[in-house]
Design a protein around this ligand. Structure first.
Ligand SMILES: [Fe+2]
Length: 387
């Protein structure tokens, strides 16, 4: 009998409450953690939409004080994390709640780390660097895509290096995720498309990742199936509550898959791109996706066949070349239907940026679980193809 330790798999997840209205249980959960004073992290857009005020009222009604921090930009910066942590300390907070997209949620994770270590967030780049448990964290996602609310990732931008760095640790999995499709109703079609394609990339990268396994595969495939069927209709009708719920469910499943199976070259290359040009994460992923799939395909043919099947492609009787072609065509079609077809050059990337972008992409931990080993030259070629 063999006991191959490399075959062991673990699965971490927050406590999840999924469904319309789940955000309203925020005060109960905060109370269970003994909260007296919550730091409520969000951004100006989510505050304008009224969600921050609602959470504040729910906490107040339960006798819990709160201090609001909305100084978070689209790619959360080192400075913003440090400012939020200082506010957490000076306000004597004991629990963190964040409501928003990936940026406020990642910023909240960073604030929690700094709050218990008292050092710069820059010192926690990488895998398993956190020694002290952060304060209780409750996350309420307002987009269906980033899945920071279930993942063991926090992505922070370092403007000095023009680089987005990853913190990967079980310690940044929140304690509670309140996944409420009602709060995604303030997303416009463009944000719905960007975040939805991000979720699709999570599911595909998790499924072909070298860290994939039976605990994550079913979540990844179900997420691909749900996004393939529901994202285009949702982008044309963002008010539909049924479609919103399906995509929120897909995002959650994709998040559970990638949090545990990790990601691949799309994310490594898009983190590098997003840090360099401060671009929306989902857009960066969308522009790179089919180029990375083409590059990876020969190293994970059987896995990509199952991705194609989850995208409703009947692969019976098809050879590998046909499967690859059909899968690429479907990805390109889906992107076109949701309005994400630009090329990197249109976003301001030039040929001379590629060596810089490629160097940082190779330093991203997501590159390690990519199914095909990638050299600097390989990454450069894929960027060139997306240019
Ligand atoms: Fe992502």
């Amino acid at each position: 009998m063999s006991h191959d330790i490399s075959a062991l798999r673990k699965f971490v997840s927050p406590e999840i409450v999924f469904g319309a209205g789940s955000r309203r249980s925020v005060a109960n959960f905060a109370h269970n953690f003994g909260a007296r004073h919550v730091l409520l992290v969000s951004d100006p857009g989510v505050a304008d939409a009224g969600w921050v005020g609602e959470i504040e009222s729910l906490l107040t009604e339960a006798g819990i004080q709160s201090t609001v921090f909305t100084g978070v930009s689209a790619n959360p910066k080192v400075e913003e994390v440090m400012t939020g942590a200082e506010l957490y300390r000076s306000s004597e907070c004991d629990v963190i709640v964040a409501i928003g997209g990936g940026s406020p949620m990642d910023c909240a994770k960073g604030i929690g780390i700094v709050a218990t270590h008292g050092r710069s967030i820059l010192e926690f780049e990488g895998v398993d660097t956190i020694t002290n448990p952060p304060p209780p964290l409750i996350l309420i996602p307002t987009t269906a895509g980033t899945s920071a609310d279930v993942s063991q990732f926090a992505i922070i931008s370092d403007p000095n290096r023009r680089f987005k760095f990853s913190i990967i640790s079980k310690a940044v999995v929140p304690d509670v995720s309140l996944i409420d499709p009602e709060v995604t109703e303030t997303m416009d079609a463009y944000l719905t498309a960007c975040t939805g394609v991000d979720a699709l990339v999570h599911a595909i990268e998790a499924f072909v990742s070298t860290g994939s396994g039976p605990l994550t595969d079913t979540h990844a495939l179900e997420a691909i199936r749900l996004i393939n069927r529901n994202l285009e209709p949702l982008v044309s009708n963002t008010a539909d509550p049924y479609l919103r719920e399906q995509i929120m469910l897909a995002s959650m499943q994709a998040g559970l898959a990638f949090s545990n199976a990790i990601l691949g070259a799309v994310h490594a290359m898009s983190h590098s791109l997003g840090g360099f040009l401060d671009l929306p994460h989902g857009l960066c992923n969308a522009l790179l996706l089919e180029h990375v799939v083409a590059y990876n395909f020969p190293s994970a043919e059987d896995r990509f066949r199952r991705v194609a099947e989850a995208m409703d492609i009947d692969t019976r009787g098809m050879n590998t070349r046909e499967i690859k072609k059909r899968l690429m065509n479907r990805i390109i079609e889906l992107k076109r239907h949701v309005g994400l077809e630009a090329r990197l050059a249109q976003l301001g990337v030039t040929t001379s940026d590629i060596p810089y972008l490629s160097g940082y992409a190779l330093q991203d931990p997501c590159i390690l679980t990519n199914p095909r080993k990638s050299s600097l030259k390989d990454v450069q070629v894929v960027y060139e193809e997306a240019l």
